[in-house]
Write a protein that binds this ligand. Structure first.
Ligand code: HEC
Length: 156
């Protein structure tokens, strides 16, 4: 009887461990259903667009900081490199690989940066800048929910 209950304990502990392991470990892959559209680029193009993305994030952060620290006058200079000026440097081959919908959202995000600079130049308040940036950032989130970039070199 005692022996049987030891065995039962071992089985139970094993089962609990297994469930715990599945829960924690498989948690990493539970979101494996990938329903975002993959946009296939070369590794260099992917590096270029991701670099542009990090620039957009840094710009958004710098704008928020300036707007909340009473430095609105600095915003036109902060956003300039990531307005439409950034798009003009993109190659035509890259542009051709981007779906129209993605391009439109991307251009709108860059235009939003220029618009923030213009607002700041026209004497907008920090609060108005923050509200406008918050609205524009829905472009970031909706595009991220829809697309991902895959380098053709990574596909084998
Ligand atoms: C037109 C679509 C689009 C817009 C708009 C967009 N992004 Fe992205 N961004 C992407 C895609 C696609 C990726 C890659 C995601 C992936 O492959 O999983 C990405 C990746 C990123 C990354 C990760 C960069 C890295 O080095 O891995 C950051 C940061 C980022 N975006 C910030 C932003 C911010 C901030 C905005 C808005 C100001 C923005 N993005 C707007 C499409 C977009």
């Amino acid at each position: 009887m005692k022996y049987a209950s030891y065995l039962l304990n071992i089985v139970l502990i094993g089962a609990l461990g297994y469930v715990g392991y599945k829960f924690v470990y498989d948690g990493n892959v539970a979101t494996g259903t990938e329903d975002r559209t993959a946009v296939i680029l070369t590794a260099a193009e992917k590096a270029e667009v991701l670099g542009e993305m990090r620039g957009l994030l840094e710009t958004s952060q710098a704008v928020l900081l300036a707007a909340t620290e009473d430095r609105v006058a600095e915003i036109p200079d902060i956003v300039r490199p990531f307005g439409m000026a950034a798009v003009e440097q993109e190659s035509i081959t890259l542009a051709a690989k981007l779906p129209l919908d993605l391009k439109t959202m991307g251009y709108d995000a860059h235009r939003a940066m220029d618009a923030l600079g213009e607002m700041a130049g026209n004497g907008a308040s920090g609060d108005e800048i923050v509200a406008t940036l918050a609205g524009a950032m829905s472009l970031c989130t909706s595009c991220h929910a829809t697309y991902r970039f895959v380098a053709e070199e990574e596909m084998n």
